[in-house]
Design a protein. Structure first.
Length: 145
């Protein structure tokens, strides 16, 4: 039984082939790739009118999706471009992402330092070892009393 390919997959494949043939680098110079994606979508739209190709649907959405796939980090790119997203947690490839958006009430540096202590105190535990790493995340080692 033949596999039905989506318009997005067809356009993605054509763009990747043209990027290879033309020797374009989508990461260091994305502008020509944007033009190429729009040209491939325009060509695809014309061909789909007189063939069995699946309809393109929302062309702008396909442009964004193909650019994310070819010149970005695929489905993560949309979240990386979102200024409201502070963190992206990926635990396993097939599980949904956990996104942390900008806090309504951001913590002061003092507030950030006291969070681990507050958590430990609430759980009736004490902190052992360093509580803050050099990275922008908090590392807490909580031991029972």
């Amino acid at each position: 039984m033949p596999t039905v390919t989506s318009a997005l997959d067809v356009v993605d494949g054509e763009v990747r082939e043209l990027v290879r043939r033309r020797g374009l680098d989508p990461f260091s110079d994305p502008a020509p790739v944007r033009v190429l994606v729009r040209d491939v979508i325009a060509d695809y739209s014309e061909r789909s009118l007189t063939s069995a190709l699946p309809p393109i649907g929302d062309a702008e959405s396909v442009v964004r999706d193909v650019l994310d796939r070819v010149a970005g980090f695929g489905p993560l790119q949309r979240h990386l471009d979102d200024p409201e997203v502070e963190e992206i947690w990926v635990n396993y490839p097939l599980q949904p992402l956990c996104l942390v958006r900008t806090s309504v009430h951001p913590l002061s540096p003092h507030g950030v330092r006291t969070v681990p202590e507050d958590v430990a105190q609430h759980r009736r535990r004490r902190l052992a070892g360093p509580i803050l790493s050099g990275r922008p995340q908090v590392a807490v080692d909580v031991q029972g009393q």
